[in-house]
Design a protein around this ligand. Sequence first.
Ligand SMILES: [Zn+2]
Length: 319
Amino acid sequence: MGLSIGIDVGGTKIAGGVVDDSGRIISRVRRPSPADDAEAIVQEVIAIARELADSYDAQSIGIGAAGFVSKDRRTILFAPNIAWRDEPLADRVEEALNLPVVVENDANAAAWGEFTYGVGANANSIVFITLGTGVGGGIIIDGQLLRGSNGFAGEIGHLNLIMDGIKCGCGSRGCWEQYSSGTALVRMAREAATADPERARTLLDLAGGNPAKITGRAVTQAARMGCRVSRKAFDQVGRYIGFALADLVSILDPDMFVLAGGLSEAGSLIRNPAEESFMDQQVGRDYRPTIPIVTAKLGNDAGMIGAADLARRAFATTR
Ligand SMILES: [Zn+2]
């Protein structure tokens, strides 16, 4: 049957599940993440793995976590939203559970989940992009997850899209995530609503009249109600997405782009302007097949499913 445990470690919650070899989650556990305490979060991961391993005959454990993961997939070198620094996570969990462990960057794990069991199941090469608080990514080329020489490949949210642009949390300026994340959408909508409250009336009504209270959900709702300011914010964000995708096509030539994360749930509101600017920017567009931009299928489960499958494959030949 080949059961494997997948664990997705985030800044606010840890989700674990037992996943079978068809990508189906047959049991799941979810707990809050004690993100500011490095040891507490290791213990929480072990507790979740143990709870699942006690009830099911799982043969391996895959862990996806936001951050830089060592090339050998055993150590979290740095995690921006979790207190882990040089944390030997695979060793710690293996010692506690006596099961083999693989650690992977969370967006890479989610990309692998969508590629194996989700919307990319028939593709050969995909670029997976999470549009949430920031922009993350995972790249699969010719059926292989692209890790690079240090294991850090696929951090596409920090492409330097705009010279001297908006300051990013990473310390650089003009990173793509400052223009195409859910955070960017809200910033643009707030600025537009402050500049022209009359035109943004539908949106402001949803935010109690206060631009500072505008949320991503409100921008989506107002855009669906025909609010021009909200639609323009989606158009701007979508255009930046299209720009970056055109660059990525030149480098990677994938079969498809997969959009995931909170902002992708706005569907055509974000996909249409992204497709339009992508087509405009693409080199030699009349002479190449159209590369589809699709919305991810597995939602928040992609990371857990992908991590479990990476672990199953890593240890399939040794057990
Ligand atoms: Zn950055």
